[in-house]
Ligand binder design. Structure first.
Ligand code: SF4
Ligand code: SF4
Length: 214
C-alpha cells in the first residue's frame, strides 16, 4: 500500500492561509490503514481546524480516493458541503489528491506527504520493497529487489563498500546483493549473476524507505 504521513502543521497552516471554510476528504484504503487519512485522522484534522477558527462544511472518507469515478460519486453525494467550502483538504496520497482535483473546480489542498509503496511488517511498521520501476527483475534476483533494497539501487552486484555482508551506508543492515547471492546459492542457480543487467533510468533516491507510526 501507499505509505503517507501528515504534513508538518506549519506547512499545512501556510497552505490554508487564505481559506476559512473547508471540506475534508479522507481515504478508506491505504491512508486509513497507515493511520494518516481515515475517519479518526479526518476528525482530528477537523478539531484542529475548528480550534484554529476555521469552519468545516462537511467531510467524507472515500473508499479509495485514487479511484477517480468513485471519488467523483462520493463528492456528488456531499454536494452541499463541497459547494459551501472555499477549498477541499484531502488526507490521501498524491494519487488521491489528484482524483479529487480532477473532480472539482475548487482549490484542493493535499494534507499528506506520500512516502513510498510499503509492505506491512506489523501494524504501524512499514518497509519499502519495490520502487515500481516498471522493469521487474525479481525472477532473476531470487525475489529480492536490488533497485529498492540496495541503498544505491545497483543492478549488477555489490559495490566496493560491502563488508562481511553488510551495507556500507548502514552496517546494521544486510547488503542486498549479499542476500541475493545467498538465496540464489541456496536455489542452486546463477540467476542475475549469469549476465549483465542494463541500466534503469533512476534519479537520486534515498532507499530503502522506512516509516513507523508512533
Ligand atoms: S525490480 Fe524492484 S523496483 Fe522494479 S518492479 Fe521489481 S520489485 Fe519493483
Ligand atoms: S553495500 Fe550492498 S546494499 Fe549497500 S550500497 Fe553497496 S551494494 Fe548496495
Amino acid at each position: 500500500m501507499i505509505i503517507s504521513q501528515l504534513k508538518p502543521l506549519e506547512e499545512l497552516q501556510q497552505a490554508l492561509a487564505d481559506y476559512g471554510k473547508l471540506f475534508l476528504v479522507g481515504c478508506a484504503a491505504c491512508a486509513t490503514a497507515c493511520k494518516s487519512g481515515g475517519e479518526e485522522e479526518v476528525f482530528q484534522l477537523q478539531e484542529w481546524l475548528v480550534e484554529g477558527g476555521r469552519s468545516v462544511t462537511g467531510s467524507v472518507v472515500i473508499d479509495e480516493a485514487c479511484h477517480i469515478m468513485r471519488a467523483g460519486r462520493d463528492l456528488r453525494h456531499h454536494k452541499q458541503g463541497v459547494q459551501d467550502a472555499e477549498a477541499l483538504v484531502v488526507l490521501s496520497c498524491g494519487s488521491g489528491v489528484q482524483s479529487i482535483s480532477s473532480n472539482s473546480e475548487k482549490r484542493v489542498i493535499g494534507a499528506l506527504n506520500s512516502l513510498f509503496l510499503g509492505n506491512v511488517r506489523r501494524f504501524g511498521q512499514y518497509e519499502e520493497k519495490c520502487s515500481l520501476c516498471g522493469e521487474c527483475i525479481l525472477n532473476e534476483t531470487a525475489g529480492i529487489c536490488p533497485v529498492t533494497t540496495c541503498a544505491k539501487g545497483l543492478l549488477n552486484g555489490p559495490c566496493g563498500g560491502m563488508e562481511h555482508g553488510h551495507c556500507e551506508l548502514d552496517r546494521e543492515i544486510d547488503c542486498a546483493w549479499h542476500l541475493i547471492y545467498e538465496r540464489l546459492k541456496k536455489q542452486q542457480r546463477p540467476g542475475v549473476f549469469s549476465h549483465r543487467v542494463p541500466p534503469k533510468k533512476w534519479g537520486q533516491h534515498c532507499k530503502p524507505g522506512r516509516h513507523r507510526v508512533r
